[in-house]
Write a protein that binds this ligand. Structure first.
Ligand SMILES: Nc1ncnc2c1ncn2[C@@H]1O[C@H](COP(=O)(O)OP(=O)(O)O)[C@@H](O)[C@H]1O
Ligand SMILES: [Mg+2]
Length: 612
């Protein structure tokens, strides 16, 4: 027996209501997106307003010059040639001279518009490129963790390219094309309305073909973009995970998937080219038929004596001119579509707000003592689950604290809150009694330095990488910092010493060496509060003795929070905090905690056992 079906009608009405609302919300959303990208476009165009106006004026003059050509031909044949026969060469010379000037001038003006629009579009793109870069730099860690680098790369490459295609000629070409068609049609109608009617008839299939092309190419365009995006994403993913791919011998599978995607991409491109081919061939056909029709209709009238030969010649020239720009208008639609999509995505990126905003009224803290407090801190990432339910903690100035606990306990989260990579949900993290959210960002960056496992080195010299912590430091200070953390010998042994480049052109430092360099960087920065998150994890045991000394120098006399897995590191600190599920469950000196026989004592016992 099946359960009785629920009443149909009721369910349908209940379902329809929220759908309507959803639809309305979607429309509202789409409008908001459009407004946002138009606002961006406006702000981009404003600085080059003059240039745009000048370019458009040039386009108008150039098109008027171009459309004058056939009319001059008509005048030359019908009026000037008979006068020449009668012995008056002036009208022919006038017509020929004007024709030449119009042709040359029109050409020169067109060249000028191309140049101007390129200057304008490059200025806009430079502005936009800088804005995107500056903005992504400004955005908080949270943004970068969710917005993949692949997406940022496509904002900076394919999206800007789509805009460039539109701006670099697209807009001026559209203005030229539309104007050319309008002027040509009007001139033809004025010159000979019969031919004008023929043209009007031919416009119908031309418009229908263009509309067909627009719809098809829109679909085609979307398919191409999707296929390209899939291909790029797969490539980037494979490249990023190449170690895992090779380690697990996944090359054949990965290659098969990639080849499949590449073939899809080829297929959609081939289809797009086919659609383009149909369109441009169709247009050429319509154009040729129109010319023939104008020629036949006009030719018959010439034979009847109802039409001057010159006017027929001009009508044929106009008819030929008329359809040429239609291909460009059709293509423009594609460029326009991709540029609109690109602009929307760029505007979306630029509308992202940093989740860790700069304070409205920054409090200066030029010399911090490093007294740290967590007051009733509650924290979770984004809108995710709570990671730290309620943390109260005071670390007095100068104390070295170790955080220990299982993976996922929340140690790194505490470290990141100290460096204000994130803001708390409630409560406050305070440095010298000042809420981190109110401290002048420059002072905060100087006061708090976080060294992680990653130990990122920028391309440049070793010295420059150490001096990152204090760009005004002298070479002596850089060297002193390197000595203090025990990395001087390593650097001195490099081919160019401190001037050795640490990128692909220079030497490759081992993970341990990179960590030592980042220690020197932190030492030189001399922060009031130092946070080390597994910053010693890449160091092997022989190097460790050196590092232990370096670490001791680094930590001496400043507040420090250290996350480390080696008990040798942990045993040397003033105070240990055991973190479990976002809570501090043990708090005391290493000796106290060992004596207390809790979690830490267990860790200590394990360590002792492993040494035996
Ligand atoms: N960027 C992040 N976004 C969302 N959740 C995160 C993020 N980083 C860490 N977490 C979550 O927060 C909790 C604590 O993580 P973490 O502080 O890194 O632990 P630990 O450093 O002690 O291993 C874990 O449940 C982890 O999944
Ligand atoms: Mg961690």
């Amino acid at each position: 027996m099946s359960a009785p079906a629920p009443p149909r009608v009721g369910r349908a009405t209940a379902a329809r209501l929220p759908e309507d609302r959803e639809e309305r919300r979607d429309k509202e959303h789409a409008r908001a997106i459009r407004r946002r990208s138009l606002a961006l476009l406006g702000s981009l165009l404003r600085p080059v307003k003059r240039l745009v106006q000048g370019t458009l004026a040039l386009v108008v003059v150039a098109q008027v010059a171009a459309v004058a050509g056939p009319a001059l031909v008509a005048f030359g044949i019908d009026s000037a040639l008979p006068r020449l026969r009668a012995g008056d060469p002036a009208p022919v010379l006038l017509a020929a001279g004007t024709y030449l000037v119009a042709a040359l001038g029109g050409g020169a003006l067109t060249a000028w518009t191309v140049r101007l629009s390129a200057v304008g579009s490059q200025a806009i793109l430079l502005d936009l490129r800088r804005r995107v870069f500056r903005h992504t730099q400004r955005l908080s860690l949270e943004f970068h963790e969710s917005y993949t680098s692949g997406r940022i790369i496509s904002r900076q490459t394919s999206d800007l390219d789509a805009l460039r295609e539109l701006l670099d000629g697209g807009v001026t070409t559209l203005a030229q094309s539309v104007l050319s068609m309008l002027l040509t049609a009007v001139s033809l109608a004025l010159l000979d309305w019969h031919s004008g009617v023929v043209l009007l008839v031919a416009v119908l299939p031309g418009a229908a073909l263009t509309r067909w092309f627009q719809l098809r190419s829109q679909v085609q365009y979307r398919r191409t973009r999707t296929a390209a995006a899939r291909l790029i994403v797969r490539f980037v993913e494979t490249a990023a995970g190449i170690r895992a791919v090779q380690a697990f011998r996944r090359e054949p599978q990965v290659a098969r998937v990639y080849h499949g995607l590449a073939d899809d991409y080829r297929a959609v491109n081939a289809e797009a080219i086919r659609v383009n081919g149909v369109f441009s061939t169709g247009l050429t056909l319509i154009g040729n038929v129109t010319v023939a029709a104008v020629l036949v209709v006009g030719g018959l009238r010439v034979l009847d004596g109802g039409l001057a030969v010159g006017v027929l010649a001009a009508a044929v020239l106009y008819a030929r001119r008329f359809f040429a720009p239609l291909a460009q208008i059709g293509m423009f639609y594609n460029a326009f579509q991709s540029a609109t999509a690109a602009l929307e995505k760029l505007a979306g990126l630029l509308a992202e707000e940093p989740t860790v905003p700069d304070p409205a009224r920054p409090v200066r803290l030029p010399v911090a003592t490093g007294d740290v407090r967590f007051d009733g801190v509650e924290f979770g990432y984004g809108s995710g689950p709570v990671v730290l339910p309620r943390l109260d903690l005071h670390i007095p100035s100068g104390q070295t604290v170790a955080l220990v606990g299982e993976t996922g306990a929340g140690k790194s989260t505490i470290a990141k809150l100290l460096a204000r990579f994130y803001d708390v949900r409630s409560g406050a993290v305070r440095l010298d009694g000042v809420d981190l959210r109110e401290i002048d960002p420059v002072d905060l960056r100087r006061a708090v330095v976080m060294v992680t496992q990653e130990a990122y080195l920028f391309s440049g010299s070793v010295a420059a990488n150490i001096a990152l912590g204090n760009p005004s430091a002298s070479r002596e200070q850089v060297e002193a910092a390197a000595r203090a953390v025990g990395v001087h010998e390593v650097v001195a042994a490099m081919p160019l010493g401190y001037d050795t480049l640490v990128d692909t052109r220079g030497v490759r430092l081992s993970a341990g060496q990179r960590q030592l360099v980042s220690f020197a960087r932190a030492f030189l920065a001399d922060p009031a509060l130092l946070v080390l998150d597994e910053a010693t994890s890449s160091l092997d045991v022989p190097g460790e003795r050196l590092v232990q000394e370096g670490l001791r120098t680094l930590l001496a006399g400043r507040t420090a929070v250290v996350i480390a897995h080696r008990l040798s590191t942990v045993m040397g600190v003033d105070r240990v905090l055991v973190v479990d599920d976002g809570r501090i469950v043990e708090d005391g000196s290493p000796a106290e905690l060992v004596a207390a026989g809790g979690h830490f004592a267990g860790l200590h016992a394990d360590w002792q056992a492993s040494l035996r």
